[in-house]
Design a protein around this ligand. Structure first.
Ligand code: ASP
Ligand code: MG
Length: 408
């Protein structure tokens, strides 16, 4: 069982969480619980690390190893509090910090990857009838230093612990009652999905749906962890099960629509149209740690030069521009333009593989609304378009209807 920040936001909610855990124990289940920090707590800790790095007028980036020591603290508190609460209710429980489990991670502090969860002692404790309350988001890097998994990482802790102890199921309790066809705040007619294939959930998460951290879905898919998303506040209704593609009987062409406003677009005008140019552009970007997402290269009108457009996140824009400008000589572009007033809208569905004309319906729907498509990218089970940010909501609503996803 995993509980997010809003589910453990205060002592009263932690008590509610404890009743849900108690219920599972009384059903005869052996339980490991993974908790997030109280809502808002991690933001506060992050802000403190930045403030501390400004001492004496300096403005440094905090040392990432110390950053991890600080931001991991939120989960230490909730794991202890939940264990205390369970014990008070007569349920045997103890807290387990990342290094105690252990949750072994890479050394990339601030966004470490889990490398293994050899939870032998914890598993023994669970077998002995004790509830294990694991601090999410944190682990231990080689050399025993505390690490954290990147924001939203406690989902990943939960799935990795479930895989590590061979759990029959991983229930992710959150503040929504499942995965929806799209963001219900934009489309009130969005529907909860009973089931979603791992592959689809992976696309949804990485394309902007914020229910689960992307990495957690990767681990669930890799280890085939039966993962459910359900609400802490209405645990008995709804829920969405992540499952194998084969377990989904009715495959509509499109399962869900995701969007992301965290997009920036850069265009290099009139770069030479000859072998090696893309390498000259994307090499420096990769070296600068910029994750390039969508790319288009126009046909060359004169056979000599062409325009090349790509996207990255808004946070990476400055770094991307700097990388390009420092390599201006090698790339030989005439001009470079950029904007952040763009957003990406994606349709996702495993049914797309078997249905022709899926992308065409997307383009027609957007055209009918007068929305211009700036960049397109596709995979087997998704089509993404880059459009002006002001049209995101209109586009998502129109596509949701066009693919017959609206609730009756
Ligand atoms: N507390 C961490 C965060 O706010 C991890 C999590 O909640 O998943 O990012
Ligand atoms: Mg979360």
């Amino acid at each position: 069982m995993k509980f997010g920040g809003t589910s453990v936001a205060d002592i009263e909610r932690i008590r509610h969480v404890a009743t849900l855990v108690k219920r599972e124990v009384e059903r005869g289940n052996k339980v490991a619980v993974v908790v997030s920090a109280m809502a808002g707590e991690t933001n506060k800790l992050v802000a403190w690390t930045n403030d501390a790095a400004k001492a004496e007028g300096a403005n440094q980036v905090p040392d990432q190893r110390e950053y991890d020591v600080v931001v991991a603290a939120g989960e230490q508190i909730t794991s202890g509090l939940l264990a205390i609460t369970l014990n008070a209710m007569g349920i045997k429980a103890r807290s387990w910090l990342g290094w105690q489990v252990p949750i072994n991670t890479s050394a990339v502090h601030g966004s470490a990857r889990i490398e293994g969860v050899p939870a032998t002692d914890m598993q023994k404790a669970i077998e002995g009838g004790e509830v294990a309350v694991v601090a999410g988001f944190q682990g231990v890097a080689p050399g025993t230093r505390i690490s954290t998994l990147g924001r939203g990482g406690s989902d990943t802790s939960a799935v990795a612990v479930a895989a590590g102890i061979n759990a029959a199921r991983c229930d992710i309790y959150t503040d929504v009652d499942g995965v929806y066809t799209t963001d219900p705040r934009i489309v009130p007619k969005a529907r909860r999905l009973e089931k979603i294939a791992y592959e689809e959930m992976l696309e949804m998460a990485s394309l902007g749906a914020k229910v689960l951290q992307t990495r957690s879905v990767e681990i669930a898919m890799l280890h085939r962890v039966q993962t459910r998303v359900l609400s802490t506040f209405t645990p008995d209704v709804g829920g969405t099960l992540l499952c194998d593609e084969e377990d989904i009987v009715e495959k509509k062409p499109v399962t869900g629509i995701a969007y992301s406003r965290d997009e920036a677009k850069i265009t290099l005008h009139k770069v030479p149209d000859k072998p090696g140019v893309s390498a000259a552009i994307f090499g420096p970007l990769a070296d600068a740690g910029v994750n390039v997402d969508m790319i288009v290269q126009n046909v060359s009108e004169d056979g000599e030069t062409t325009d090349l457009t790509f996207t990255c996140t808004r946070g990476e824009l400055t770094r991307a521009l700097a990388a390009i400008e420092t390599h201006a000589k090698q790339i030989r572009y005439r001009a470079v333009t950029h904007t952040s007033d763009v957003a990406k809208v994606s349709i996702i569905g495993i049914g797309m593989r078997a249905h022709p004309g899926v992308a065409q319906l997307m383009f027609r729907t957007l055209a009918e609304k007068g929305i211009n498509i700036e960049v397109i990218s596709t995979s087997e089970i998704k089509v993404s378009v880059l459009i002006a940010e002001e049209y995101v909501e209109l586009a998502v609503r129109a596509l949701h209807s066009a693919y017959e996803l609206d609730a009756a």
